[in-house]
Design a protein around this ligand. Structure first.
Ligand code: HEC
Length: 301
């Protein structure tokens, strides 16, 4: 009986350890390719982005000096890293896992590809395959997105047109996502929507979303698949949120505030301590004087 338990325990440890190591990437994500060719300039840009966002954990590529975490952040030049397909890299950086943060709301797709191009610079055997350009007509490269608020239906209307042969024409079939800008990152609002034959996509907007003190919300629209459509995005401010007053951090008395706005408890503790020390000093002086006096009275010479 005991042996079976030990065996089961060892087995579960093994399963746990191996599952903890393997990071499974869905096949369609793993097959994703960069929309642009990796060049010296993308590698340079990638290296700057890496130093800013990743180096603190992953260390200097090729030096194997990551910060001590479990599991350790692999060295970008290592075989473990270079084994990833370009798409797998993209997926892992975007999604994150455990201590590896998700960067999908911090880095644009293009910036993520630039970091990957920097990583590939440490691999002599790597030969890049660039994604095929999408069929003409669906590219959003030259597109303009117009955002308007449909008050009756409480919807954000996005109208996408693109310049073709000198005239603006609707772009149909482009899948878009809508975000509301928050303090940290962007909050996706609702599901992704595709534009119809008139190039229009409608997004329901929750009535409970807080805005700034006047109810303004910053809206951001971008294509779901930036690889296929190119990197376009459009921002607009709309008065569609609930007015929310957020007091500035230095408005109330707080430890981090200026002297004039010291917390009451700190001020009173301070004054009380100073008074107590002075009282003690005065008390000691008085006692010394009494001692001196009584000495004088007992030895009158
Ligand atoms: C807070 C520390 C931290 C930061 C910052 C960080 N990483 Fe990571 N990264 C990790 C850890 C820890 C792992 C291992 C995660 C795992 O295997 O569960 C990891 C794993 C990875 C992997 C997967 C490696 C594999 O096993 O295939 C990639 C790719 C990666 N990081 C890229 C990046 C990039 C690019 C950046 C910057 C944009 C970055 N990381 C920033 C900690 C970090």
């Amino acid at each position: 009986m005991k042996r079976i338990f030990v065996l089961l325990y060892l087995l579960s440890l093994f399963v746990f350890a191996s599952s903890a190591q393997e990071w499974i990437v869905p096949a369609e994500n793993g097959a994703k390719l960069s929309p642009f060719a990796f060049t010296d300039s993308t590698r340079k840009a990638g290296s700057d982005l890496y130093n800013l966002n990743c180096k603190s954990c992953h260390g200097d590529p090729g030096k194997n000096n990551p910060v001590k975490l479990v599991p350790p952040p692999p060295d970008p030049a290592s075989e473990k890293m270079q084994k990833n397909s370009d798409g797998a890299f993209f997926y892992k950086v975007a999604e994150g896992r455990g201590l590896m943060p998700s960067f999908k709301n911090t880095l644009s797709a293009a910036d993520t590809w630039k970091i990957i191009s920097y990583f590939r610079g440490f691999n002599d055997k790597y030969v890049q395959e660039v994604a095929k350009k999408p069929a003409p007509g669906v590219s959003l490269e030259q597109a303009i997105m117009m955002l308007t608020w449909e008050n009756e239906k409480k919807q954000v209307k996005v109208e996408v047109t693109s310049l073709k042969e000198g005239t603006r024409q609707p772009v149909a079939g482009a899948e878009l996502k809508l975000f509301a800008k928050r303090y940290f990152g962007n909050l996706q609002v609702g599901e992704a929507r595709s534009t119809d034959s008139q190039g229009i996509a409608l997004f329901n907007f929750p009535e409970t979303l807080p805005g700034d003190s006047t109810g303004m919300v910053q809206i951001l629209v971008k294509p779901t698949d930036e690889n296929a459509f190119g990197e376009v995005n459009t921002m607009a401010s709309m008065k569609i949120g609930i007015p929310t007053y957020r007091p500035p951090l230095n408005e109330q008395r707080a430890l981090w505030n200026v002297n004039r706005k010291t917390p009451i408890w700190l001020l009173s503790t301070y004054i009380f301590s100073v008074l107590a020390v002075w009282a003690l000093i005065v008390y000691v002086m008085l006692q010394l004087r009494l001692l001196f006096k009584s000495g004088e009275e007992n030895n009158p010479e």
